[in-house]
Ligand binder design. Sequence first.
Ligand SMILES: C[S@@+](CC[C@H](N)C(=O)[O-])C[C@H]1O[C@@H](n2cnc3c(N)ncnc32)[C@H](O)[C@@H]1O
Length: 265
Amino acid sequence: MSAMEPSTGSARWVEARLRAAGCVFAEDETRLLVDAASTAAELTSMVERRTAGEPIEHVVGWAEFCGLRIDVDRGVFVPRRRTEFLVTHAIALARPRAVVLDMCCGSGAIGIAIASHVGAIELHAVDIDPIAGACARRNVAGVGGEVHVGDLYDALPGSLRGRVDVLVANAPYVPTDELPLLPAEARDHEPTVALDGGPDGLDVQRRVIDGAPSWLAPYGHLLVETSERQVPLTVDAVARIGLHPRVERSDALNATVVIGAAPAP
Ligand SMILES: C[S@@+](CC[C@H](N)C(=O)[O-])C[C@H]1O[C@@H](n2cnc3c(N)ncnc32)[C@H](O)[C@@H]1O
């Protein structure tokens, strides 16, 4: 080792390894990795994983979302910054004691963020993937929510029918033949079931929308994240079930949400 080379395991060594691997935020990620590792061996292993392309959130085991620290296990979808836009709109619609359903919950980030901001709500979250379900269960324990593992509404107790005030969904919406275009971190480290939305990207989203009327309370709201390009399809699906759709867009976050309002009973 030359006198100028940082010693193995030092913060400078970590940063140099990350930079060499092309990590854009090497300085910030160095801090995260150094904080997360409890031994030198663990730090070295984390650096190996990160430089091999694993998302930083999987390596350290958590993601920041709406100012909260959400556990994200390996194999679970990493909550995206853009989804904070959906949360902002859900918070505006959810009153204390509202029944909130986070459909396709992944780590449970959306529901937890709503509960953390609104206070006492009745939170239910659903995911088909047992790995996501286990992660969400740990996360929602802090806000007193319940996680159901299964296929969309099949996973829910019938007692919830007609009681959901705010139904939020960030379901998979990438068209199948665009999956190869995703960044490698998503393609290689997030499960296909979390990303693949079928031929036009709306297979799961449409099923969420079609099922919503049976579960929404009078005056309830459905909020669905979608892409700017898919807005007409999502709006059409929401209008077809008799909800009044409106579109909210944030260019800053590149986020689009379609909100459907249930009519009076
Ligand atoms: C794009 S990820 C979003 C996760 C979370 N809502 C978020 O924003 O971080 C979509 C999630 O939908 C789940 N999913 C896909 N198909 C499903 C289905 N039929 N029933 C329930 N969950 C499903 C996946 O397992 C994945 O966790």
